[in-house]
Each structure stands twice: as C-alpha cells, then as structure tokens.
Design a binder for this molecule. Structure first.
Ligand SMILES: Nc1ncnc2c1ncn2[C@@H]1O[C@H](COP(=O)(O)OP(=O)(O)O)[C@@H](O)[C@H]1O
Ligand SMILES: [Mg+2]
Length: 203
C-alpha cells in the first residue's frame, strides 16, 4: 500500500483529489473523495476502460495524460497518471485559471489560440470521445516560453449506454464536433468579459 498522507495535493475536483506521487515527481495519483457514491467508483472503472482502449489504439499522449495503472493507497484505490508540468517545472495551471484573467489570456493569446486548434484536431484525428468539456478540466501545458498544449485531464470517454461511437468513426467525429461547439458556447457564457474568448468563439 502506498502512503499518501503527506503527499502534496496538486488539485481537487468535485469527486477526486489529485496528489503528487510521493516517489515520482512526474506522476500524480487520483483518489476518490471519502464518501463518494458507488456510481463514482463505477465511473472510475469506466474511465480506466476508455484509457485502455486508447492505449490499444496507440495514440500519442500529448493532449491527454498517460495512464499508468492502479495502485492501492492509504486513501483507497488510486489511479496513476502523468503529472503535467510546464517547461519550468511548475505544475501546469488549468485553462480556467488563464481565462479568468484577461491579462493572463492576452499574455498568451497567440499560443492559446493555436493550442485550441491543436486540441480539436487531436480529438478528431484520434477519435477521442469526451463528455462535457470544461475549462477547469483542461490544463494549459506550457512546453516552451511561447508554446503550449491543452491537456484534458477529466471527463474523458463515453457515458452512452451503448457506446457505438467508440467504434464507428463518422459517429465519433460527429460527437466530437458537437462537444466542441458546446465547449465554445460554454466558454463564451462563462467568460463574458474575456475579449479573447468572445472574439475567438463568436459563432
Ligand atoms: N494529470 C494532471 N496533472 C496536473 N494536475 C492535474 C492532473 N489531473 C488533474 N489535475 C488537477 O486536479 C484537479 C482535479 O482533477 P479531476 O480529475 O478534474 O477531478 P474531478 O473528477 O474531481 O473533477 C484538476 O482540475 C486539475 O487542476
Ligand atoms: Mg474535474
């Protein structure tokens, strides 16, 4: 069992805590919050299944963190992923962090714009299905002074009862385009004062 009682918390969502791996600075461990429902455990298993499918497909792990298996921790079952770090070593911040500040957005506007296109193309090329795409579940991974990639860390995979889109390319593509349209609309709504968002995601 891996003791994570003193491990650093790098992020927290509604259902999970993300810890820095105590033995490997390039890995993180996601653990369900205490008292999470059974449905969440099932959801975690479904997510692992989808990652396994992507592994078999041989996708490059450039805009998704690579999955490194399960580990039993002092806080229950843990799921190990790449810990996304910027070129300067700091843990990457969420896209929400950048968009919440017009100053931060403008500072990185050009690279951000490019990284949006790269993420959409990546999802389409590799037929990667997501659930709702949200700014708080995307990290802006700065890979150089003027270069970055968006990395989706949550809500990956297909929650459809019959996930036929996982196997039929044109259905996958249609779904991805729909999710992307909704993502853009949600950003416009969530960041009404961010001129970059309003300009770029004008319908
Ligand atoms: N691979 C990662 N590298 C760095 N930070 C991460 C990583 N995965 C998640 N995080 C951080 O932890 C937070 C919570 O993780 P997330 O998977 O979104 O949990 P939840 O399912 O509860 O929403 C994220 O919003 C992000 O800030
Ligand atoms: Mg989340």
């Amino acid at each position: 069992m891996l003791d994570i009682e003193t491990a650093r918390v790098v992020g927290k969502g509604l259902h999970r805590v993300c810890y820095a791996h105590p033995q490997d600075e390039n890995l993180c461990i996601k653990v369900l919050l205490p008292l999470e429902s059974k449905a969440r455990l099932i959801e975690a298993v479904r997510e692992v299944g989808y990652y396994r499918l992507l592994e078999r497909r041989g996708i490059p792990w450039t805009m998704l963190p690579k999955f490194h298996g399960e580990v039993l921790t002092s806080r229950g079952p843990g799921y190990v992923f790449d810990l996304i770090r910027d070129y300067d070593g700091g843990v990457s911040q969420t896209l929400g962090h950048y968009l919440a500040s017009s100053l931060e957005t403008e500072r990185h506007a050009e690279e951000l714009a490019m990284s949006f296109d790269l993420l959409r193309d990546y999802l389409l090329q590799w037929k990667i299905i997501t659930m709702t795409i949200k700014a708080k579940n995307i990290l802006y991974h700065r890979i150089g002074k003027n270069e970055g990639r968006l990395v989706i860390v949550d809500n990956i995979g297909n929650s459809d009862f019959i996930p036929i889109c996982n196997y039929v390319d044109f259905l996958a593509e249609r779904k991805i385009r729909r999710k992307w349209r909704r993502f853009k609309a949600a950003l416009r709504k969530e960041y009404p004062k961010n001129t970059f968002v309003q300009r770029r995601f004008n319908p």
